[in-house]
Ligand binder design. Sequence first.
Ligand code: AHR
Length: 611
Amino acid sequence: LKVDASSQLARKIPDTLFGMFFEEINHAGAGGIWAELVSNRGFEAGGLHTPSNIDPWSIIGDDASIFVATDRTSCFSRNIIALRMEVLCDECPAGGVGIYNPGFWGMNIEDGKTYNLVMYVKSAEAADLTVSLASSDGLQKLASVTVPVAGTSNWTKVEQKLIAKGTNRTSRLQITSNKKGVVWFDQVSLMPSDTFKGHGFRTELISMLLDLKPRFLRFPGGCFVEGEWLRNAFRWRESIGPWEERPGHFGDVWHYWTDDGLGYYEFLQLSEDLGAAPIWVFNNGISHNDEVSTAAIAPFVKDVLDSLEFARGSANSTWGSVRAAMGHPEPFPVKYVAIGNEDCGKKYYLGNYLKFYNAIRESYPDIQMISNCDGSSKPLDHPADLYDFHVYTDSKTLFNMKGTFDKTSRTGPKAFVSEYAVWRTDAGRGSLLGSLAEAAFLTGLEKNSDIVQMASYAPLFVNDNDQTWNPDAIVFNSWQQYGTPSYWMQKFFRESSGAMIHPITISSSYSGSLAASAITWQDSRNSFLKVKIVNFGSDTVSLTISVSGLQASINALGSNATVLTSSNVKDENSFSNPNKVVPVTSQLQNAAEQMQVTLAAHSFSSFDLAL
Ligand code: AHR
């Protein structure tokens, strides 16, 4: 494998090449990175045929001791449902009667940690409520506070801290009373106090993202943005402002309710916290089953312009002031928007697209716009800065797609491979095999990064209790998480964005099952030549790596080899064995301009040569 590292043939990879695509799918956000522990905190959760229901809230007590119902008496006009709890017993059972919420398949309550409770209550007569964190059967109490409620016809905001005296991974929040009478509840929230930067995100999941150094964050989804029906699509305007006032919505593609605590503002905040450029995918008036005609699209265009003012406008502008009031007076630097998701070819796509495109170009000339239509094999028939390219296929096909952009026209819009993954036939639940094909595909994107500007794996997260899409990069439950091999594969590419890529040639009888790339990059102290090689075949391969054109010498001290492999190509990680397929790094003793390397069967290797 020959690397020509001379500066004449080197080319800079875009600073944005590798990033992330976050979708509210698989409970990635609600019950995922968003740390809210209460599920359906406003009692509004509904489905296609259910305007509202209290699921998963349940009742402590029996028909003789308690009666619970929803009514429309909330103090919040956009989410008007409240819970009415009537305690019927004169002599209530020990511990009282009440309601409990098990969160998203159990709350992870940890010894010594503080949990912030906020809830709105109303009671005609004074009462003492007991708020506790308890085991799933209610028997073990981890924390408990008494909340006195004054007798008044007004709603009162209650704020309390609960400090856990024990750990239980499947806890519940319960609110009980011993006193006969009626109490109303609304917007009951429980957040751990140690969220990432205090911004509401689960720290351990965000750490996994930071570890990949993402350069962009595409959000809030693909199909989630569209909806099965327009009425159920994500609407940024309904997801901003005080959390208590957000109506929430039923995501009808992935079939679950979100309180929209993780809203448009929080996605922008997350991008900032990750150091990633925000890419806002907005609904273009098209869902899976219905469309707004181009003649009627003007209000949707205005809505998107407002969303951009919310992100980028000064703190004095109409929508920028709303952002500032939420705690971010400085604008968020939105430089990319995607006009819809996977809608190319639909009846009103082009017409609607042009309306959005022209209006955004006029108001925000620097914003790069992403078309849903694939421009990799033929030119687009409409203006765009980038076009979106999605691929989900089997491992062999994806391996062979590493040359996809080799022949793409070098003029015109750039490619954004915003969703790629091995899936279905041989994907397992995220196997080594899939990750090798993906790695090969990415080396092809690196080589073609004069035309490919961005790429992201999909989907990013799955809550193990609701896997609607398989496989995914990061698997978690209420208290554990692990990366699939596809997650770890991405770590090999985290230095690529902004690095220099160099031409390589491979002459080997195994070259049909190899894929490779070479980059040079530097951190604040050192420079490296990084040669990545995928061996997709089942034979061990010996190669000589020869490097020419380097301006500095290779230093064996500080040079490493990192390998992702396993004894079986179908191997996967799991909660019980999270590190079965993870990269292993060792010192590269023989690092030199000519060096012999051995590639294990079914492996992905990175040779990092210190310069
Ligand atoms: O990543 C899962 C889904 O795949 C996305 O929502 C959609 O864009 C694509 O079809």
